[in-house]
Design a protein around this ligand. Structure first.
Ligand SMILES: C[S@@+](CC[C@H](N)C(=O)[O-])C[C@H]1O[C@@H](n2cnc3c(N)ncnc32)[C@H](O)[C@@H]1O
Length: 258
């Protein structure tokens, strides 16, 4: 007979415990087992925030933390696609084992996802793939969280879109291939290489690192004026913390008729 498992994927907000929603608090109090990825590479701070959130918001102390080694995503280069496929398989096996061995039939397990699970996060794909394989009867729900994109916009006090226009959310790797032609504004995430330094148009930038945390750094201005400063800050912060998470909004000037 197949085992039955219940999981809640909880968006925990992007760095500030005050971003945790009331719906997330209810879900935290429903769960008995929390699966905490240990990503290494100086990111212990992220695991700590997950623990702090549990300690602060869970009233019933009767829960377990299960830490697991999260397989490291391969770096671009070589046979990247093959590498990614193998990595995904490995992650799925780890999750499936956790759900089978560490969770009971009558319990809820929870994954605390940074920001919101809908944005550059693999948890939902992994769970869906495990469910589809059918080796266990897996039910899961999703609780939305405050993304780093919302946090960035709030801290800079700006809207993301130009009036009546679309917003593109993309990665640093894609931005380095050029500013999307039809986009008025672009949000850039996962940028390890300061791709904004390659953008040449007349663009305004709102940049933020560690947004919502005590280490937050915010800079805004015309890209050509502030790109060098952001690059220096980014490098220094990376050295200092051992890791960095930064996001930025690039906006073309709004025309006078808008
Ligand atoms: C793997 S993605 C996860 C995004 C997350 N699911 C969300 O909703 O924000 C990680 C990227 O999110 C952005 N990010 C996450 N938290 C951030 C923060 N507190 N400040 C700035 N950028 C952040 C960075 O671009 C980072 O490279």
């Amino acid at each position: 007979m197949r085992v039955r498992r219940n999981v809640i994927v909880i968006g925990m907000g992007a760095g500030n415990p005050d971003y945790v929603t009331i719906q997330a608090v209810k879900a935290l109090n429903l769960a008995s087992v929390f699966f905490i990825p240990d990503k290494g590479g100086g990111k212990e701070q992220l695991a700590r925030l997950r623990r702090d959130i549990c300690e602060r918001f869970i009233e019933n102390r009767d829960y377990r933390m299960v830490t697991f080694d999260s397989p490291v995503r391969p770096k671009p280069g070589g046979d990247y696609r093959k590498g990614i496929k193998a990595w995904r398989g490995e992650v799925e096996r780890v999750y499936e084992r956790l759900l089978a061995d560490e969770l009971g039939e009558d319990e809820y397990g929870a994954f605390l996802v940074w920001g919101d699970p809908s944005l550059y996060d693999g948890t939902l794909r992994i769970l869906e793939s495990i469910r589809a394989k059918g080796r266990m009867e897996l039910e899961y729900d999703v609780v939305p969280g405050i993304t780093s994109v919302q946090a960035l916009a709030a801290r800079h006090k700006v809207p993301l879109n130009r009036i009546g226009e679309a917003v593109t959310i993309t990665t640093g790797r894609r931005l380095s291939q050029g500013f999307p032609e039809d986009a008025g504004s672009v949000v850039v995430m996962l940028d390890g290489n300061a791709a904004f330094t390659k953008v040449e148009d007349d663009i305004y930038i709102h940049w933020g690192a560690y947004v919502g945390t005590p280490d937050e750094i915010l800079v805004s201005g015309n890209l050509e004026d502030v790109a060098g400063e952001i690059e220096r800050l980014k490098e220094a912060a990376q050295k200092n913390h051992g890791w960095i998470m930064d996001t930025y909004l690039l906006t073309r000037p709004e025309s006078k008729e808008d």
